[in-house]
Design a protein around this ligand. Structure first.
Ligand SMILES: [Zn+2]
Length: 284
């Protein structure tokens, strides 16, 4: 049997083919990055280096898998009943490599500005509390990030689509550079660079501790971590319609494209608002 016998069918097929070529190729699409094969020795080296500065850090993806499995298996908390609220840096890498992408959980609701400091204030926390599903779960991921590049070490990162490395967290690196040059002065942060100046003032308050440390950027990142935690501790729960509050105080360690990101969890708790009990409260 030949298509020549079916001129109408032939026309339909040609039209379909042309539409795919013309419109399909014009449509803007984000190319899915090809997975990069990283030799096991290199990922082992990465894990060792990260754990020297952040003992107990684990691949972020594995942590997320275990967390969601544990929440459902032990507490029957379904992913679709969770709203992720994150006070993490505005850096795009926080989203492009986020292990929460493609999960059933809702969100994220973003609190974080530069460095992960929450600049949304009490209004942001209140708005978030009102968005959590009824009888659901508020999952707060709180913390700054730091890059670790196999070539550039701490504070650097090779990003998707770039041949060179860039700083990560750029905002913290910039504040630290100014601190090392003694060019931060005590003053109230102001526009047009309010968020960066807030980080600079924080660095200045801990100048001695940061500059005396082995890796100043790691020390500064951990200081920012505590500051973010403090600012995020006032989630309004009085009129909450949700049941659980899960808080993860952590540092996210971003690595070169193709390598797994890591998470160093300093504290993690699950609080049941109904029974007013901690179901889990872990501290490093
Ligand atoms: Zn950043």
């Amino acid at each position: 049997m030949s298509f020549r016998c079916y001129p109408q069918l032939q026309r339909v097929l040609v039209t379909l083919l042309l539409s795919t070529v013309l419109f399909g190729s014009c449509a803007p699409r984000r190319e899915k990055p090809q997975p990069i094969e990283v030799p096991k020795e290199k990922t082992d080296t990465l894990r060792t280096e990260i754990n020297k500065m952040f003992p107990g850090a684990v691949p972020f993806n594995e942590y997320t898998d275990s967390l969601l499995f544990f929440l459902y298996a032990v507490h029957r908390i379904k992913p679709e009943m969770i709203l992720l609220g994150q006070s993490t840096c505005v850096d795009d890498v926080m989203n492009t490599k986020s292990p929460f992408n493609g999960r059933m959980i809702k969100g994220p609701f973003n609190f974080g500005g530069l460095g992960g400091l929450p600049f949304t204030g009490l209004t942001g926390l209140s708005a978030y509390a009102h968005h959590v599903p009824d009888s659901g779960t508020a999952l707060l991921l709180v913390g700054p990030h730091i890059g670790y590049s196999m070539e550039g070490g701490w504070g650097m990162l090779k990003r998707e689509g770039q041949a060179h490395s860039s700083t990560c967290c750029g905002a913290l690196v910039a504040a630290l550079t100014k601190l090392q040059k003694n060019s931060i002065y005590r003053q109230a942060p102001s526009e047009p660079d309010y968020q960066e100046q807030t980080l600079e003032q924080l660095a200045l308050r801990h100048k001695g501790q940061i500059l005396k440390s082995e890796v100043p950027l790691v020390t500064f990142t951990k200081i920012v971590n505590r500051q973010v935690e403090k600012a995020m501790s006032s989630l309004p729960e009085e009129e909450a319609r949700f049941r659980y509050v899960i808080t993860i105080i952590a540092v996210i360690i971003n690595t070169d494209v193709g390598y797994p990101d890591y998470i160093w969890v300093e504290r993690m708790s699950i609080y049941d608002l109904e029974t007013e009990e901690y179901l889990r409260n872990m501290e490093k």
